[in-house]
Design a protein around this ligand. Structure first.
Ligand code: HEC
Length: 80
């Protein structure tokens, strides 16, 4: 089998459309690679629970379970 595709990596693909490949944003949207897993996880929970205002992230974060968020946070925090 080729390179292992992790669940965190797959979930993270849908973030890459806006935040860039591996979270390195090419434009105005903030980069999320290399931020701590705690930071990303907290931000996702706050967006999901409506505690942090957002244009699109509130809607986007609502599709993920707590477990998904941990996997995604681990994935992006480990990107250089
Ligand atoms: C439709 C485009 C879009 C998608 C898809 C998207 N984001 Fe975002 N993200 C944004 C924008 C725009 C912001 C700035 C806050 C806002 O306006 O919603 C943001 C902000 C963030 C922040 C806060 C960054 C900071 O510096 O505080 C995090 C963390 C984040 N997104 C993570 C994710 C993750 C993880 C995914 C995939 C599950 C994702 N985003 C998918 C557009 C997107």
């Amino acid at each position: 089998m080729a390179a292992e595709v992790t669940r965190g990596g797959m979930l993270s693909n849908s973030c890459a459309a806006c935040h860039g490949t591996d979270g390195k944003s090419p434009g105005a949207i903030p980069s999320i690679n290399g931020k701590s897993a705690e930071y990303i996880s907290q931000a996702m929970h706050d967006f999901r629970d409506g505690k942090r205002s957002a244009t699109v992230m509130g809607r986007h974060a609502s599709g993920y379970s707590d477990e998904d968020i941990e996997l995604i946070a681990d994935y992006f925090s480990s990107r250089p």
